[in-house]
Write a protein that binds this ligand. Structure first.
Ligand SMILES: C[S@@+](CC[C@H](N)C(=O)[O-])C[C@H]1O[C@@H](n2cnc3c(N)ncnc32)[C@H](O)[C@@H]1O
Length: 224
C-alpha cells in the first residue's frame, strides 16, 4: 500500500456517501484491509480504553446476563465484555468485519453476527442487560443519527445499562460545518438517548490521550 491509509479510508467513505449508500463503505473498507489495500483506522487491536476503565471501575458480573456490542468491528470490545461472563452478542453491518472478528478470536465466547442497527432483529427489542455502543452512531450521517440512537436505546431491557462512547462536538458547531465521517455527537445528541424510562446517570467528557484537542463522551444510562 503506497497511499496514506487515512486518505484511502476517507476516499472509500466519500465514494459510498456520493452513491447515497451511507453504510456501504464499511464493508468496502474492511475488505480492502483484508486485501492489504487499506487500514481500518479505528481497529485498535484492544478494547477501547474508556470501556476498559469502566469495566475495571464498575467490575460488572455478567453471569446470567446478556450483552450486545453495537457496530462491533473486529471484536475487541466484545471479547472484554464476554470475558466478564455476559452472554454476548456482537454485531456489525459488515460481513468482513464479522469474519475478521471470528478469525481474531477463534476461542471466543461471544456470538458474532451480521446485522443492521437501523433494522435490527425484532427479538433484540429490550433484550439486553448491557448495551455497548462505541463510535457507530457518529459514523453515520447526521440525518440518520436520531434513528440510530432510538434503535440503540431500544436494545436495553428493564434494569439494564447502556454505555455510549463517542467523540464530542461542541453544541455551537452547526451540523453543516461538520465534514464527516465521523460526525461527533453534541451534548444534545448524548441527551437524546434518554427516554421516559432510560435515564442518563453518568456523563464524562475527557480529552483523547493521543490528541488533547479531541474530547470523548462516556455516557452511562439505566433503564428503570
Ligand atoms: C467507527 S467504527 C467503530 C467500530 C467499533 N465499535 C470500535 O469502536 O472500534 C463503526 C462500526 O459500525 C459499523 N456499522 C456502521 N453502520 C452500522 C449499522 N447500521 N449497523 C451495524 N453496524 C454498523 C461499521 O461497520 C463499523 O464497524
Amino acid at each position: 500500500m503506497t497511499e496514506d491509509p487515512d486518505v484511502v479510508s476517507r476516499r472509500i467513505a466519500h465514494e459510498s456517501l456520493a452513491e447515497d449508500d451511507p453504510t456501504g463503505w464499511f464493508e468496502r473498507l474492511y475488505s480492502a484491509a483484508v486485501d492489504g489495500q487499506a487500514v481500518v483506522p479505528w481497529d485498535r487491536g484492544s478494547a477501547h480504553v474508556l470501556l476498559t476503565d469502566w469495566v475495571e471501575t464498575a467490575r460488572p458480573d455478567g453471569t446470567g446476563k446478556t450483552a450486545v456490542i453495537v457496530g462491533a468491528g473486529t471484536g475487541w470490545d466484545a471479547e472484554l465484555i464476554a470475558d466478564r461472563g455476559y452472554d454476548t452478542t456482537a454485531f456489525d453491518i459488515s460481513p468482513t468485519a464479522i469474519d475478521t472478528a471470528k478469525r481474531n478470536h477463534p476461542d471466543s465466547k461471544a456470538q458474532y453476527e451480521v446485522a443492521d442497527l437501523l433494522n435490527p432483529p425484532a427479538e433484540w427489542h429490550r433484550a439486553f442487560d448491557l448495551v455497548v455502543e462505541i463510535y457507530t452512531v457518529q459514523a453515520l450521517p447526521i440525518v440518520l443519527q436520531a434513528d440510530a440512537i432510538k434503535h440503540v436505546g431500544d436494545l436495553v431491557r428493564a434494569g439494564g445499562t447502556l454505555l455510549v462512547i463517542a467523540a464530542a462536538r461542541d453544541d455551537d458547531v452547526a451540523d453543516e460545518d461538520v465534514e464527516g465521517p465521523p460526525w461527533p455527537l453534541t451534548r444534545a445528541a448524548i441527551e437524546s438517548f434518554t427516554t421516559d424510562d432510560l435515564r442518563l446517570i453518568q456523563l464524562d467528557r475527557t480529552p483523547s490521550p493521543t490528541d488533547p484537542t479531541i474530547h470523548r463522551w462516556r455516557a452511562e444510562y439505566l433503564r428503570d
